[in-house]
Design a protein around this ligand. Structure first.
Ligand SMILES: Nc1nc2c(c(=O)[nH]1)N[C@H]1C(S)=C(S)[C@@H](COP(=O)(O)O)O[C@H]1N2
Ligand SMILES: [Mo]
Length: 347
């Protein structure tokens, strides 16, 4: 291996302009994940499971959670029903993980991963459950990771900026968590609040005009939809920081900003919630923000998108191709797309 560096990845202190070459070999990774000896990884062999081919963990994607907190990757089941369907191919990991939106680090998509390498190793991560639930409480990440069986799904992903990709997600349906939290019948929305950490998120210092921390929300029935994931991993390993470690929400039929990262609070409410981008630019980013090729963003068309894996353009699909599963959530709702529909309820 060409890029072996002696220091630990989380000890990086190079300047921001220097690409950090962090080496995390397979043996160390497997140890860190608590999987024991290399070669004895038991994974279900359903279809082309990326978990079977763990390989070297790429240097740009080191785990953020301390090894003792690692999720039981050996128990992950590949869900065949979540294949990509059409002729779309998985996006190469390096492309997906070096082109990110996480303004906590920087607004430059191709630099997020570099800054993310320097995020300190996390040995404690709590998620506060608040609002209209039977029992508000704080759940440690280790409990969260074992609240439902982990599964792997291949999902499409579409950013409102018109780039798109296809990636293997690891996690469990949010509905499994919500059922255990027992929201009150008065709860109509679920809010997600990301981490505020001005010490380790340079973007939160350099971009103080953003209303940190990042926050998003879903209607309860959207949150309970089977497609909505509590994502804990990507490409067959734990979530790296640039993708929102240690847990984030994924709603694959919505524009990417509806998939908040690094969540520390889940709040149940009866009031139409505010969201980060809606608060900043209400005419451009709505509550629903479902992918819709017919509804242009006020500043650009949404008819086409660019696949960041192949660098090719293709037509945008309504609901990002998940219409069969989700269209019924929006019956009677005219504007479930950006730029409008903020508080509109189905008739
Ligand atoms: N906390 C937080 N979550 C976030 C963002 C962010 O800046 N901060 N960006 C959003 C946007 S605009 C997109 S497109 C996706 C990008 O996810 P990815 O970088 O893992 O592909 O994350 C979303 N979730
Ligand atoms: Mo985005």
């Amino acid at each position: 291996m060409a890029h072996i560096h002696k220091r630990k990845p989380w000890e990086l202190n190079s300047s921001e302009e220097t690409p950090s070459e962090v080496y995390w070999n397979r043996r160390e990774l497997v140890k860190a994940l608590g999987l024991g000896v290399v070669g004895s990884i038991a994974v279900p062999s359903l279809g082309a499971c990326v978990l079977e081919d763990l390989g070297d963990l790429p240097p740009y994607n080191r785990p953020v959670l301390a090894p003792k907190l690692h999720q039981p990757f050996e128990k992950i089941e590949k869900k065949k029903s979540y294949e990509l369907g059409d002729d779309r191919k998985l996006t190469p990991e390096e492309k997906a993980s070096k082109y990110n939106n996480m303004y906590e680090f920087t607004t430059q998509k191709n630099r997020v991963w570099k800054l993310a390498q320097r995020y300190p190793l996390v040995s404690k991560w709590d998620v506060k459950i608040t609002g209209l639930v039977e029992k508000p409480r704080t759940i440690g990440i280790e409990s969260l990771l074992s609240m439902a069986p982990l599964e792997e799904r291949l999902y499409r992903f579409r950013c409102v900026e018109r780039w798109a990709m296809q990636v293997p997600r690891v996690g469990f349906p949010l509905k499994e968590l919500i059922k255990q939290l027992k929201p009150l019948s008065s709860a109509k929305y679920v809010r997600f609040i990301s981490l505020k950490d001005t010490e380790n998120f340079p973007g939160q210092r350099k971009e103080p005009y953003y209303p940190w921390p990042y926050f998003e929300a879903l209607r309860m029935d959207e949150a309970m939809h089977d497609l909505t994931l509590v994502a804990t991993g990507i490409f067959g390993h734990a979530m790296p920081m640039q993708h929102g470690a240690p847990i984030r929400i994924i709603t694959p039929w919505k524009y990417g900003y509806k998939s908040p990262k690094s969540i520390v609070q889940i709040d149940f409410t009866d009031k139409p919630p505010k969201t980060f981008w809606n608060q900043l630019a209400p005419k451009e980013y709505g509550m629903y923000s479902n992918v819709d090729p017919r509804k242009p963003h006020p500043r650009w068309s949404q008819a086409y998108e660019t696949d960041i894996g192949t660098d090719t353009r293709r037509p945008t699909l309504l609901y990002n191709g998940y219409g069969e599963q989700v269209a019924s959530l929006y019956n009677g709702l005219e504007d479930a797309t950006p730029a409008s529909g903020w508080n509109t309820e189905p008739k």
